[in-house]
Ligand binder design. Structure first.
Ligand code: PMP
Length: 417
């Protein structure tokens, strides 16, 4: 356990202690202290993650599964341990249900290719919501193109909520899968996914949840949610890039064909025939991102030591404060007001284009995201091409919200008529 976690266990959530764990935060950008409000795009890394990966490379690094020398055994133990850690973090019943992938995008593509495509017939349907990231739209469109199936969309209202009745109404006799974001990256909406999974289960429809934006903010329990697949990325969870996981029910994964072919995913290969390894290895062709898995496990240790409930509470406090402060700024409009919301705010200003807002804030050392957030259909709903988005992490402070607010007043001073 890190020194920070040890201290916090006794003294409660302390954002200053957390900040001390993130080396990158302690710098000036354009002559101002960095205010990093882009954790929704990717989160910064605590020393615990950086050093877990560096230590692994320094002392234990080798390829996994293939050799019997000491380093290979240590590396294999670390890699297998990381898989077990991921399973524990999301309360999977069986470590074999954790497939390491590059991130949420690959996880969703894996399910689209290996689960959906073999089952889809012309006229079948995949149900998504209007809130999805492109990563949870395009793989299904590709699957539909290959099979003659079609994409059906459960609409969102102007608050950014998906109405459950309208969602249920679209679960038809031809629906073969529902693919839903747990948390929207563009609005922060926390979808009522447990209820949605229940509705889908009643109609025999399996559900994939895109957890890319949920995992950094809240405790996720895949058994409690009642989903069939859960996809997420390590880099948004304070872990490394290039690693993430797909959780899937063992019986579904077992019934699926491999996604990629190559080394490590086979039982026996001849030129006539190949038989495949058991799950999860069947889906992990080639040398995996071993150090990435080690780093991801370290990130989960770090977050668990803080406590995911404390992480959620800190996000809510930041969100409430930031919402109140931003609402003060004349001409600023916050997009959506969903019933449940994670710690991010999408907004527009009547005096400035989103990219101008982002540029002026950057000059003040404040990092936000501007653009369509890979959620063009959601922005189309609001008749917008771009918004500015401030997204918060465990290390953000109320003072940083004040700095953001002050900078937005400055945008107004500079650009309003
Ligand atoms: N889904 C959502 C909701 C996201 O926010 C993102 C990343 N912006 C993704 C999927 C894709 O994640 P990655 O790029 O890490 O694969």
């Amino acid at each position: 356990m890190s020194a920070t976690a040890e201290k916090m266990r006794h003294g409660g959530f302390d954002v200053d202690l957390i900040r001390a764990d993130f080396p990158v935060l302690h710098q000036e950008v354009n002559g101002r202290p960095l205010v990093y409000l882009d954790s929704g795009a990717t989160a910064q890394k605590p020393e615990a993650v950086i050093s877990a990966m560096a230590d692994f490379y320094r002392h234990d690094y080798a390829n996994v599964h293939r050799a019997i020398h000491a380093l290979a055994e240590r590396a294999t133990r670390a890699f297998d341990g990381a898989r077990a850690r991921v399973g524990e973090f999301i309360n999977a019943t069986d470590t074999r249900e954790i497939v390491f992938v590059r991130g949420a995008t690959e996880a969703i593509n894996l399910v689209a290719s290996a689960f959906a495509v073999p089952r889809l017939r012309p006229g079948d349907e995949i149900l998504v919501t209007e809130l999805e990231h492109h990563a949870n739209i395009v793989p299904w469109q590709l699957a539909c193109e290959r099979t003659g199936a079609k994409l059906v969309v459960a609409p969102m209202d102007d608050a950014g909520d998906v109405d459950l009745d309208r969602f249920e109404a679209r679960l038809g006799p031809r629906t073969r899968l529902a693919a839903i974001s747990h948390v929207s990256n563009a609005l922060g909406t926390v979808n009522p996914v447990k209820a949605m999974c229940g509705l889908a289960r009643d109609k025999g429809v399996p559900v994939l949840l895109d957890g890319a934006q949920a995992m950094p903010h809240m405790a996720v329990d895949v058994q409690d949610l009642g989903c069939d697949f859960y996809a997420f990325s390590g880099h948004k969870l304070y872990g490394p890039t290039g690693i993430g996981a797909l959780w899937g029910r063992a019986e579904l994964l077992e019934a699926m064909p491999p996604y990629h072919g190559g080394g490590d995913m086979i039982r026996r290969v001849t030129f006539d025939e190949t038989t495949y390894a058991d799950i999860p290895y069947k889906f992990e062709a080639g040398t995996p991102h071993i150090a990435g898995a080690v780093g991801l496990a370290a990130a989960m240790d770090y977050l668990d030591a803080i406590g995911m409930d404390a992480v959620w509470d800190h996000g809510v406090a930041l969100l409430d404060y930031a919402t109140a402060r931003l609402e003060e700024v004349p001409g600023l409009t916050i997009l959506g007001s969903p019933a449940h919301k994670a710690a991010l705010i999408s907004f527009t200003m009547d005096c400035a284009h989103a990219s101008d807002i982002g540029t002026i804030l950057d000059q003040k050392g404040i990092a936000i995201r501007v653009g369509h957030h890979c959620a063009m259909p959601l922005l189309d709903h609001f008749g917008l091409g771009a918004t500015a988005r401030a997204s918060f992490g465990v290390y953000n402070t109320m003072e940083e919200v004040d700095a953001l607010t002050a900078a937005l007043y400055k945008v107004r001073d500079l650009l309003a008529g």
